[in-house]
Design a protein. Structure first.
Length: 122
């Protein structure tokens, strides 16, 4: 689902959890443990441990936001850029509070047609 949002568009943890019919904290848990080759917090050495998931750098994790378009923690990707920097590089405006300025127009709704996935009924 992380790869579903196209360049310049965003989705949220809540949208993914609703679409997949799983609790939002499950989605957050997986996103928090993602790791690129040099994924780290600013100013800290890379501490990739077995508890972290190794995602290929092509996974656009930066397009998944918290509630109503809020930027998450300031992790750096393999290129040393934060989530906000990655989004701005795609033309997404981020305001000074760390929110997507045009959230409603940038939001990508997850549907079976837009993702090619039909969630199983639990």
């Amino acid at each position: 689902m992380v790869c579903a949002a196209p360049h310049g568009r965003i989705t949220t943890v809540e949208a993914i959890s609703h679409f997949l019919r799983v609790p939002a904290h499950h989605v957050t848990y997986l996103l928090a443990r993602r790791s690129d080759a040099n994924d780290t917090l600013p100013g800290r050495p890379d501490e990739v441990t077995p508890s972290r998931l190794s995602w290929p750098p092509s996974v656009p994790w930066h397009r998944v936001l918290a509630h109503r378009g809020a930027i998450g923690r300031p992790f750096l990707d393999a290129n040393g850029r934060t989530q906000a920097q990655n989004l701005m590089a795609e033309g997404v405006a981020v305001d000074v509070r760390g929110r997507i300025a045009d959230f409603d127009t940038r939001f990508f709704a997850l549907t079976p047609a837009s993702t090619g996935v039909t969630p199983k009924v639990r």
